[in-house]
Design a protein around this ligand. Structure first.
Ligand SMILES: Cc1cc2nc3c(=O)[nH]c(=O)nc-3n(C[C@H](O)[C@H](O)[C@H](O)COP(=O)(O)OP(=O)(O)OC[C@H]3O[C@@H](n4cnc5c(N)ncnc54)[C@H](O)[C@@H]3O)c2cc1C
Length: 494
């Protein structure tokens, strides 16, 4: 489109696409540089063997763990970023998540602004991503200015039964806020959507919503296969003067008035470390967070689970307190359906008939607890490679959550409950590595997501989040990006 755009956005995932959607109507000339390509229409997007055995959608890249051992991270580089495979739970942080909150193993710090400041941008994000939900059904739901744009995705019959059994066991399941047009999704294939890539057939993700809204404007263009390799800053003014990227093996350069980095929490931090910029606080890459998460399977031989998509309710009864005057534990939500194939992939030694039996009598759940910011939990570069040193925190809360969930599921008539903690190779809820704050000595970004060091550099991806809370991050990333778009527009006008 142009070699000197007004704004360059790096990454077309949840942060980049939402930011582009917010900026597009301004008429500013915007170029989005995306390292990946669009997932093609004929990709094996409903074949769990191609998805979960890593062959079809992951890049061959490796990162190093704390001990320096290479591993293949569950991180996706394509138009729309990780949101193409996400579970589309589009849920707000709770009001109290913006305040300082005491947890069993530490403190979750306050955000530099309150929930009320972000609430209008949550409204806008829910409209952009066409969220389906029922604000009244969640006891911890923060104030909304109105109902969700669409009614909730309905429970399938088996899931409705499970919801009733849990209600009878004393908890209050709520309808998960979801970005899925279920009829369109099922028309393209009878599977769940959590973990399955979307071929533009019903999932509301960064590509189908944020990017689609942005690219409807002639002033926005997307360059795919464009991997940004460094950012250069002018020594006198601190302004980012050049964006260097590789496309088709050729090094290219761009200049822009504003640069927005939205490459995902790990890659954005790695790019700034590599470029040697934005780090006067020493916090670039620090405070990496990634939810303590457990997959749980609750089995009852009398329960027949013939659901296809399943992921329609959650439980927040223990979100802000353990229900007995104790501290916050976290969120529980259904997983996408764990089919016999998926079970077999996860537990290869399991005979096929056993996988079929378990899957047919089980309810599959996902438990999330807050990971607290710790400067020693971090992304660093080791001989140019990404090393992820994840120091889990707050495991007391997570263990209590797992225990509460098991007891409740047993009370609901599921005598066998199995669980497995997700490990650090699955950084799906990565965040915090360039977090914003009120103090330039302990944060990388100001409360508008602008670098303290470089006046024309913004970061609006999950790296900007100061805390991980205990809910899925994507809607908060989108809301922050839409809010930052307003700041950038004001700046362009002045
Ligand atoms: C399997 C799975 C399920 C999930 N389920 C949910 C859910 O139900 N709800 C929820 O809220 N969240 C969920 N998440 C997390 C959610 O997808 C992320 O929080 C969200 O996508 C983060 O947005 P982002 O902009 O930070 O990063 P991303 O969306 O990952 O976008 C980063 C983009 O930058 C590009 N990029 C990276 N490096 C470069 C570079 N050097 N140059 C150019 N481009 C680059 C990437 O290719 C990518 O497109 C899930 C994630 C996964 C993997």
């Amino acid at each position: 489109m142009t070699t000197a755009p007004d704004i360059v956005i790096i990454g077309s995932g949840m942060g980049g696409a939402s930011l582009a959607a917010g900026l597009a109507p301004s008429g500013a000339r915007i170029v989005i540089l995306e390292r990946g390509e669009q997932i093609p229409d004929d990709a094996p997007a409903r074949d769990p063997w191609r998805i979960y055995t890593n062959s079809a959608f992951r890049s061959p890249e490796t990162w190093l763990d704390e001990e320096g051992r290479p591993f293949e991270p569950g991180n996706y580089y394509n138009v729309g970023g990780n949101s193409k495979l996400y579970g589309a739970v589009l849920i707000r942080y709770r009001e109290k998540d913006f305040d300082e909150l005491q947890h069993y193993d530490g403190v979750s710090p306050a955000w530099p602004f309150s929930y009320e400041e972000l609430a209008p941008w949550y409204d806008a994000a829910e409209r952009l991503y066409q969220v389906r939900g029922d604000a009244g059904s969640d006891i911890s739901e923060p104030q909304h200015s109105g109902p969700y744009p669409f009614p909730p995705v309905p429970d399938e019959p088996a899931i409705k039964t499970a919801r009733q059994r849990l209600e009878a066991a004393g908890v209050r399941p709520f309808s998960l806020p979801l970005g899925v047009d279920i009829d369109r999704w099922l028309a393209a294939g009878k599977t769940g959507w959590d973990g399955y890539p979307d071929l533009r057939c019903g999932k509301m993700d960064a590509e189908t919503c944020g990017l689609a809204a942005a690219l409807a404007h002639d002033n926005v263009s997307l360059i795919t296969g464009a991997k940004v390799t460094s950012l250069k800053a002018e020594p006198e003014t601190g302004r980012i003067s050049e964006i260097v990227y590789e496309k088709d093996g050729v090094e290219m350069r761009l200049k822009a008035k504003i640069v927005a980095l939205c490459a995902g929490a790990v890659q954005s931090a790695a790019l700034l470390l590599k470029s040697g910029i934005a780090n006067s606080s020493g916090y670039v890459g620090r405070c990496f967070m990634n939810h303590n998460a457990t997959a749980m399977i609750a089995i009852d031989p009398r329960f027949r689970n013939d659901a296809v998509y399943q992921k329609t309710f959650g439980i927040n009864d223990w979100y802000l307190s353990d229900g007995e005057g104790g501290m916050p534990l976290g969120n529980l939500q259904l997983l996408g359906r764990v089919t016999p194939d998926i079970l077999k992939i996860q537990v290869p030694g399991l005979p096929k008939f056993a996988a079929r039996w378990i899957s047919g009598h089980a309810l599959d759940l996902y438990l999330i607890s807050e990971d607290l910011p710790d400067p020693e939990s971090r992304v660093v570069l080791k001989d140019g490679e990404i090393q992820l040193i994840w120091r889990r925190s707050n495991m007391t809360a997570h263990r209590k959550l797992v225990s509460k969930a098991k007891k409740t599921l047993r009370r609901a008539g599921f005598p066998i409950v199995l669980s497995r903690l997700f490990d650090g190779r699955v950084p799906s809820h990565q965040c915090g590595t360039l977090h914003m704050g009120a103090d330039p000595a302990t944060s990388v970004l100001d409360p508008d997501c602008r670098s303290w060091d470089h006046p024309n550099l913004f970061v609006t991806d999950a790296a900007a989040l100061p805390t991980s809370a205990a809910v899925n991050p994507a809607l908060t990333v989108a809301a922050l990006s839409l809010r930052a778009a307003e700041t950038i527009k004001r700046e362009m006008n002045s």
